[in-house]
Ligand binder design. Sequence first.
Ligand SMILES: [Zn+2]
Length: 208
Amino acid sequence: MFLDELPEFHSDVLEVLRQPLEDGEAQISRVSGSVTYPSRFMLVCAMNPCRCGWYGHPSGRCTCSEQSVRRYLSRLSGPMLDRIDICVDVPALDYDELSGAGAPAESSAVIRARVNAARAVQTARFGPDGPACNAQLGPRELRDHCKLDGPCQQLIRGAFERLGLTARGHDRILRVARTIADLDGEADIAVHHLAEALQYRPPEHLRI
Ligand SMILES: [Zn+2]
């Protein structure tokens, strides 16, 4: 599911996504009873840095006040952000990048082959009755499949204390690090996999 202009959605609508994102189920309760539907999906969202879309751009075209920028970003709650595995800031392109004058990009076919290989590793690891992919790993599976060596433990401990990670945020970083290691074709999570996963946390200015 793709939600464009994420902060434009009503906060009630966004909050109602929390349960299906967490449990892969949507529960609808009425006076006469409740029904639970399967609801496992991949959520992709896009948003501007402010209402006019130009905040932080070198051209200085943003017309929003600091207060309105904060109000715009504060529509996303901490618990909602905590359920998003990967946040990527996409800076505005300059003309050379837009016109393709820079280095050629990887083709989608090459990327697809790498993703399929990583998915095959996960299928082999978890078996036919296990989780479909790393994103679905529960606490016990995380312990079994995301073992960290000494330097990795030191890194995540420092991040946990410095960045004030929640338990959910901590587990999310382990799942992303496991996936980066799988894309790398590595059996074990290494420090650089974990460091990359930490970079995909929601940026500080969203966590207000
Ligand atoms: Zn603006």
